[in-house]
Design a protein around this ligand. Sequence first.
Ligand code: CMP
Length: 146
Amino acid sequence: PKQKTLALIKPDAMEEHRDNILQEIRGSGFSVTQLKEAVLSRDMAEEFYKEQREKPFFKQLVEFMCRGPCLMLVLTKENAVEEWRLIMGPTDPEQAKETSPDSLRARFASDILHNSVHGSSNEQHAEEKIRFIFGDICSDAELTAD
Ligand code: CMP
């Protein structure tokens, strides 16, 4: 069965790496079923990352995510959540370079905060974050059609 995940191209990667990342997404067999470019407000960034609220880097994370436009995408494919996480690689690009040198973060991220892309960590988060970013406009029909 097809699955959806939420992907973000973060502000640090938008200028130089956006096209490469989109190419990689399409080349990996994902359908981009929704897409939106926007600068997140502080409130939106705080809500989006509410699970990280107690982390020492939360403030920096919110500032970073608001500093310029993000590209937000719904990616649809079988096993999309896990597949997108594999393509992104580990959160920390230093680790990514060791364990997954072909991953997006190994290639494009500069450090653990400015790590170029985001992906939902599980199916429940994916649904919640997609609804948060895009509302309820996407029906599930496409997911059950085949
Ligand atoms: P992301 O996968 O979007 O989820 C949470 C984000 O917090 C993460 O990518 C990084 O941008 C950031 N992050 C995670 N761990 C750290 C850390 N130790 N120091 C700074 N930023 C971090």
